[in-house]
Structure formats: structure tokens, C-alpha cells
Write a protein that binds this ligand. Sequence first.
Ligand code: NOJ
Length: 762
Amino acid sequence: MRSGYSRILVSAALLGLLLVTTMSSSIANPPNDQRTIEQRVVELLADMTLAEKIGQMNQVNASDEDMPHHLQEAIKAGRVGSILNQVNVDTVNELQRIAVEESRLGIPLLVGRDVIHGFKTVMPIPLGQAATWNPDIVRAGAQVAAREAATTGINWTFAPMIDISRDPRWGRIAESLGEDPYLASELAVAMVEGFQGDDLTDAGTIAATAKHFAGYGASESGRDYATVNIPENELRNVYFPPFKAAVDAGVVSLMAAFSDLDGVPATGNRFLMRDVLRDEWNFSGFVVSDWDSVRQLAIHGLTANDKESVYEAVTAGVDMEMAGQSYVDHLEALVDEGRIDVAMIDAMVANILRAKFRLGLFENPYTDPKALPPIANEHALETARKAALQSAVLLKNDHGVLPLSAKKLNSVAVIGPLADAPYEQLGTWIFDGDRELSITPMHAIHSLVGHNVDVRYLRAMDNSRSRASKAFDEAAEMARGSDAVLLFLGEESILSGEAHSRADINLPGDQAELVRRIREAGKPVIAVILAGRPLTLTNIVDRVDAILFAWHPGTMGGPAIADLLFGIESPSGKLPVTFPRMVGQIPIYYSQKRTGKPPSPDTVVLIDDIDAHAPQLSTGMTAYHLDAGYTPLFPFAYGLSYAEFDYQRIRASAREIRPGDTIRISAELTNKGDVAADEIVQLYIRDLVGNVTRPVRELKGFKRLRLEPGQTVTVDFDLHTDDLAFAGRDMQLMTEPGEFHAWIGGSSETELRTEFRIIDSD
Ligand code: NOJ
């Protein structure tokens, strides 16, 4: 539910009434202060000059280690509402002191930082966290991050990043929660709750930012910052839902995207920020630009100069400018010229002040790190370990080669550039991540089984991009002399993240050749892949016996991976994004539309099957690629286990329901294996006929359940007809009467299906 702060329009009459009580000294709430946040916002605004209001809309980079004099002066003059990138608590406290004690109105600062998947203790990259399908662990990870970050005075993070992304070339897919609106929405809410807690005035909570509004994940060819074109219907059905969910969960801020959306860059896009965010969703928090993205409106070619960019961004609804300073330079003139009404500025500043009140900064602007739990404490490390454990996805396990048995092995070869790379396993966006805390897989395997297994290690390549194969003979030799090979492959952290897109998403460098050489040794080969994105593994998949995809697993990646390899725990992660066979299939995602010519196994003639002597003029005439077919290498929500899960007896609680009803879809799940393990049970639906065409499947529910060997449980999902709504041709949400299919299972390709129908109420 929404947190209930309604939007404010500053009326002169109300201001007049409240002015009497407004003095700068009255800003701090006395203990028995009964005023609401809205009253305090109105009172404060009434006392502010235009320059002070614009100051609140200005966020300044404060990354310099020593505090520049001009920054202190600007804060004192009320020209700065927020700083970012300062993480020395003494410096932050001093800047807060200047704001609170030396500026005329004593308004505290928002202190921002990219705390994306951990602070010192690093959780798996967000895409890895999404592979846990576990809101509880995602929430716990964000809470750990918030508490650690708060020790430095940070009170606002630029996370979660909830751009739906269906393009693994895009480097920022690592920061995302994957391809699916439902999964991303559930996890977005968990992250917001983890950062913000129940009450933002509590120590160790920080404000969250849902970013980047909107569509950034659909940049052309996955090239970061590139153009985005998304029809409104798809925006509403695919890209908006995680933002709507975050807004409903009370997220304090949203960040506008860098990208151009349908010809209007997001930072200047009124449809996004005024029509949808404010008017439709009643968002009462504030919107921050991305780094200098206001001035970039001119570089995009939307405006001719910075002043016009300020006009577009402000009228579009960007309340605060990050790093660019152009609001400070031009906004006053725009108001003086009558082009921007001061009431608009008031409402925007109110959005920012409201956040400062919600955070309790007026009462408590300073940070005492000792009042917070110590960094990297046992709980933090255990949360990181559990998240890494649940995020790894077992993609292949021929003949049950995994788990390895420490009792049966005499020796194991640990080979590859990512087996012992403490920094690389942390992934992208770890400004503050402490590599000293990392436990690498190599070290963890040693500690777990080193006492009775001879663990040998060879890096074999300087890094994943290396083309020097001089160590490959030695690697093959080591493989030949060992009972099994653990090959740690993938990408370093630098290969994903902002501005780190790739056009080729094969394993970089000569890694595929390393696999080939190791394969020749004839020993079981287990590939463990650490990466920031899905990779096209087509050229190695048949040359290894098992693949464990571990993403960039964070601080505790090593112990988690070791436990999975040696069967202390069963893998339980499921892919939050589809893995293509080859890059030309992109975008490929499970919830595609059916098309007028849907492909099927009978219609597919692949390029190698075209008769060389009598070429067929027409192949299957359906929607597939001659050289790739139409299926991915690994589908969305796929992931193997050491247990064997069997789904049976799906049923719907009714054949027919009416609008407003809830239907229960259930199935029986049995663990037929001989180990206890978690399974992620998923519910999908298809709306067979729609006012706009509907995807072939849509995720509508999931549950992570632990089952003992032999245990059977009935899994229920309750679906309200509102859960089946989508934006129709007129862009309004609608649930249409008609036929639905529902599936329950362990991946997006489950075949266990039932049907039901929504009938008209009359
Ligand atoms: C640019 C990125 O797009 C955004 O996600 C980030 O929060 C800001 N820079 C601040 O570092």
C-alpha cells in the first residue's frame, strides 16, 4: 500500500496562516510536536527565498577527499540540497553541520551514493539476486547494505535499478532484476523495504531510488545510453510495473533515465514524470536526474542550450539535478521571465523536503557509526553467503557429475582466471566493496576439502580476455593428472556495468580453447561461470559435464560455490533472464507474443538440413531463425537441482470465475530425489484472446519451498482477476472475460496446465 503522503500544492492562504509559526529555529521538531510532515513542509517553504528553493533542487558531487571551500560556502548559502559520493563520516557530519547550523534555514543534506548490491560486504550482483527468486534474502541484503552505508552518513542510495532488460549485451543488465515484470516487481519491493525499513527515521535505514525511469533497459542493440523506442502499450505492460510497485511500496525517489524514449529523452519527458508518475500514480516522493542528464538534453538535440534544458527538465518534473549545476545557473531566470511558475518550483521543492522530513534528518542530521552494527559482521557475511548460495544456477549436470564427493576424490584441479580473483567476484558497481573481505572459490574449496583432497590450482590465463594460450599445456596436464576439473571461467567485473556493453557475449578471450584443451584430458569437467550477464555458452556446452552459473557472487561467493560443488547444499537458483544460443536471437524472452505464424518443432528446417541438391524454396514459414531455431539455450526460470522435483495434478478451484473473484491454482510437488533441496515453484498464465495480443506465457506467482526427500506438498496460488489485468488499446488497465491457461512448474517451459474462464458479471 502507498505510504500516504499526499501531494502538496502550496496555497497562499495556507501559507499565510502558517507563517506565524514559522521560524528557522522551529524547524526541528520538539518532542511533542504534533505537526504533520505536510505542515512542516508548507511552513518551511513559506520561509524560503527562490534561491534557497533552487538550492534544494541542486545535488553536488562531493567526492573530493578534503572539503573544497566553495562547497562549504555553497552549503552555507543554502545553494545545495544534496551531496553525493562523500563517504568519510567526519566530512559528511561536518557538511551536515554547516547545512544545519550555518545556513539560514538549517535544512539538512541528502547524502547520496550508489549502494547497489552491498556496501563493504557485497551481495551477488542484482541479476544474481534475482536468480534467488527470494524476496526475503533480497530484502535482507539491502538491509545489510543500508546499515553499512549509513555508518558513513549516507542516507540515500541510488538503488534498486529495476529496468526490465531483455538484452544481455547491455552491460547494465548486471544491475537489473532481469527480464520479467512480475519477478522484478516483487524483488524491487523487497529491495525498497530492505533499504528503507519500516520507518525511515530508524538508524540504519536509507532512502531508496527506483531507477531509471523509464525504458533504459531497451537501448538499441544493448549499447548503453543508446536510443530507446517502446510503444506505450509495452511501456505500460512490461517496463512500468516494477516502478509502479516501488512507488506503491513507498520508495522515496525515482531517477530519470539517460536515454531517449520515443524521441523525448527521459529527463525531459513530461508523459513519464507528470502524466504517469504524478497524475496516475500519485507519487509523493521526488525525482532526481541522472548524472548531468539535464544538460545532456542539449546533447541529445532536444534543446539548443542549457537554459532550455532546465526548462524542459523542470517542466517535465525532474525535482533535483544531479551534478550538472544548470538549475542553479538558469532556473531563477526562467522564473523571473515568467516561463516557470513559482508554484511549480514550490511543489517540486516540497517533494524533496518531504523526503528529508521522512528521513528524520531535521531531528537527527548527524551520524554516529558506533551506534550501528559493525561492518561485515557475522549476520552481514551470512546474508551474503546465503544470497550467493541461492543465486547460483545449475545449467547442466550430465550423469550427476555434481555434487563432487570429497570422499571419492583424491585430487581436483581448479583452473581458470576467475577461481581466485577476489575483486572480480564482486561484480560491477562496488564503489565501496571491500575486496579484502572476499573469499574466493579457490580458497573456499581448499578450506572445505583440502584436508583429504589434493586441490591443485592453475590460473591458466591472466584474465578472461587473454589470448595467450601458453599455459594451456600445463592446464591440460594438470587436468589429466586429476580426478576432476573445476574450470572457473567467465568475465571480470569490468566487462559489465554502466558503459560496458558487449556485442559478442561468448566467453571472451581464449577461454573456449582452454575448455577444448581440458576436455581432451578425458576427466570430468565442471565449468563454474562468474559473469555479469547471460553468456552464449553454445560453443562450450557440449564440452563440459556440468555448468554452474554463479554470476558475480560477491564477498562470500567462494564458500557458497564450494558448498554447492561438494553437495553441502543443492543449487536452487533459476534464471531471471533467458540465455540465447547466439547473439542474433536477441531479444529473446519467454513472454514473447505468439505471432501469426508461431513456430513449432514440425515447422523448423535448420540451415544444415536444407537439401544441398534440391534446396527447398520455402522452409517452415514460421517465426524462427534458420540458423538458431526459435528456442533459447536455457529458458527463463530454468535451473537444475540435486533433488528431483516432480509436479502433478494441477487444478483450478473453479472452471469459471467472474470479475472481482479469486481463483486458486494448485499442484502437487514431490521431491523424488535423495537430498533435501529448495525448489522455486512458478505459476504462469496465458490470456488466449486479448484486446491487445497477450504473451504466450506470463509469470503470475512463485514460491521458494524446501522439500525433504520423498516429501510431497500441495502448492497453491491465489489469483485475483485484477492480477490478470493488462493495459489495453486505450492504455487503461482491463481484465477481459475469456479463456485462460495456467501452468505450474519449475521453469517457464513447464507443460503442466489447467484452464479456466472469466465470464461477464451480468
Ligand atoms: C549514472 C548512473 O546511470 C546512475 O545509475 C548512477 O546512480 C549515477 N550515475 C550516480 O553515480
